[in-house]
Design a protein around this ligand. Structure first.
Ligand code: HEC
Ligand code: HEC
Length: 227
């Protein structure tokens, strides 16, 4: 290859890359308002982002690719836990932590509402399927959505809960009816029952459900919503 040809390839390559880079940047900026639902950026959402920074949630959590990976990715946490679930974890993290520790932070009730608004808004941003680890969840949520129910409702059936509990007139009677359980028990208490029924009442006879961390959250979110 001659010197001249090498230079030509270099300049042409750089030029093409530059044009592509500018075109893609321009295209992203053109779409960003729609992809992020900028019209739904309420004051509460903005305040929630400030709360997020005030308590340095980024030190442990990643959101939209920014932050650390000690705790779970927060981009789609609203899908996983819903607003009651998020509040429950922040109010009393020690009830939910496994081997990793989430600290109890002095977040006020107002700040909590703002954080939830922010996390809900973030969950609606169209990130073209990123981060990929939440794809599975989207699949499950999609299956439940196709049936017109929440993922927790699907689990309630699949995990055999109907064998002992009645909901809207269906199910066994060995355990209490759960049609309005959400108005009797908080999300936290339901999580506790589902983690270990005996921790909620020492004489409990309900067998501890065989469910993953995530499935337990979904079941609790479903039951807490039955008011
Ligand atoms: C010192 C590190 C740390 C900080 C700071 C922190 N977290 Fe966490 N957080 C964690 C860890 C670790 C977990 C996972 C616990 C587990 O599953 O065992 C977690 C879990 C959560 C969950 C549940 C996630 C899920 O996928 O179910 C939410 C919601 C959450 N954190 C929100 C927040 C918010 C909001 C802030 C800031 C106000 C915050 N965290 C600050 C470490 C932290
Ligand atoms: C073998 C029967 C049996 C099965 C299966 C069962 N439960 Fe229970 N459950 C009970 C009984 C009995 C109680 C009452 C407390 C006790 O004795 O443990 C109870 C209590 C509860 C409570 C607390 C209700 C209250 O009003 O205090 C919840 C919530 C609950 N079960 C959810 C579930 C879910 C979700 C499943 C499925 C993963 C499930 N149960 C499967 C028998 C069962």
């Amino acid at each position: 290859m001659t010197n001249k040809l090498a230079k030509l390839i270099f300049y042409l390559g750089t030029l093409i890359s530059l044009v592509l880079f500018l075109a893609l940047t321009f295209d992203t900026h053109r779409q960003i308002q729609t992809l992020t639902h900028a019209d739904q950026l309420s004051e509460q959402v903005v305040a929630g982002k400030q709360v997020w920074h005030k308590y340095n949630c980024n030190d442990c959590h990643t959101i939209l690719g920014f932050g650390s990976y000690y705790g779970p990715d927060m981009t789609r946490v609203y899908w996983r836990r819903g607003s009651e679930g998020i509040k429950a974890v922040i109010r009393s993290p020690e009830k939910f932590t496994t081997w990793r520790k989430m600290p109890r932070l002095p977040v006020t009730d107002e700040e909590l509402e703002e954080l939830v608004a922010f996390l809900r808004w973030a969950s609606e941003i169209d990130t073209h399927g990123w981060p990929p680890q939440d794809q599975k969840l989207r699949g499950e949520t999609g299956r439940a959505a196709a049936l017109g129910v929440s993922p927790g409702a699907v689990l309630f059936q699949e995990k055999g809960c109907f064998a002992c509990h009645r909901v809207y007139g269906t199910g066994g009677q060995q355990g209490p009816e759960l049609t309005h359980v959400g108005s009797r028990l908080s999300y936290e208490t339901i999580e506790k029952v589902l983690t270990d029924p005996r921790s909620a009442s020492p004489r409990a006879t309900m067998p501890p459900p065989v469910v993953s961390h995530e499935e337990r959250d979904q079941l609790a979110a479903f039951l807490a919503g039955l008011k």
